[in-house]
Design a binder for this molecule. Structure first.
Ligand code: SF4
Length: 64
């Protein structure tokens, strides 16, 4: 399971960071970073929550 970000949609509002802080981080230039491109099983629920919560629908999960 991999995190896919649509960078054209992301507006760096940090909703995903709050839902899954081990997987997403914003730097001091408001650039989003994905910390766990491959999602470990213990973080999957958090990441799925972040995908649902993203107000820009910028996040999705890929199976490969
Ligand atoms: S919640 Fe969505 S729009 Fe906001 S920083 Fe995360 S990916 Fe970007």
């Amino acid at each position: 399971m991999k995190i896919v970000v649509d960078w054209n949609r992301c507006e760096a509002n940090a909703v995903c960071v709050r839902a899954a802080p081990k997987s997403f981080q914003l730097d001091d230039k408001d650039q989003l970073h994905v910390l766990t491109e491959s999602v470990p099983p213990e973080l999957r629920a958090q990441v799925e929550q972040a995908v649902r919560d993203c107000p820009k629908q910028a996040l999705s999960l890929s199976r490969d």
